[in-house]
Design a protein around this ligand. Sequence first.
Ligand SMILES: [Zn+2]
Length: 304
Amino acid sequence: MYLRVLGSAAGGGSPQWNCGCANCIAVRAGHAALRPRTQAAAAVSADGQHWFLLNASPDVRAQIESFPALHPRRLRDTPIGGIALNNGDVDACLGLFILREDQPLVLYASEAVERGLREHNALTRTLERRPGQLIWNRLRAGDVVPLVGAAGPSGLTIEAVPVPGTVPLHLKGLAAPSPEDNLAFVLRDTNGRSALYAPTAASLTPLLDERARAADVVLFDGTFFRDDELTSLGLTTRTARDMAHWPLGGADGSLRWLAQLPCRRKILTHINNTNPILREDAPERGELTAAGVEPAYDGLEVEL
Ligand SMILES: [Zn+2]
């Protein structure tokens, strides 16, 4: 299995267009200790030829262009067999509308995510101009589903693992909360290799812990280092936990949990532009290294 991180930043990217935090200023200035990052998404493949996207980020067009394996091979074509959506957030879904050029799209999503897009968003109609343009494959908690593209079975399966999260902000008051609002994915190949992709997680559950322990590689929510990361900057009154992100640092942070997982590589993704771990010379980055955890960057590839 091949896994490529297409984007490693949380919503807004790094730098974020309207952000003048110390990190964003440093990225714009080309500081050597930080690199620019697009919004979180990944691509997986069993053979390096046929690919599936994990989320369609707002930066999907640039992400496809950045990775030749995703380029068309004929006049109208894509090696992207399908797209799995882990939740209905703008960060995860906005890229679908960038991929609208009359291209059939195969989607894998929970009922909650599908309903959010089909029943509460007129833009989705631009992806459904003709029958069969959008093909929805339902992900139910606990199901293991083969990933099948236009070229046939991919040799990969996907398991939907419900993870504590939240209804997307734009659906609050419109859609009732569902345990399938937020998923992690376990990707498995025919050799028994597996990767856990959990870019957004509010907290740990026994099932998430079990799947992480069994995985060869874990990509996990690295949004915030501290619970008060945004409140201390005066940007919001909502803490990381209020925003359904388990912070990394502290005695009850996710870093301690990640450190004791037996998997080969533990990688953080969906990293907010305010997070101090983005700086190679930050003490928080040292804590990561000591825990055997690495921050993802755009273009990071893992072969399993
Ligand atoms: Zn910033």
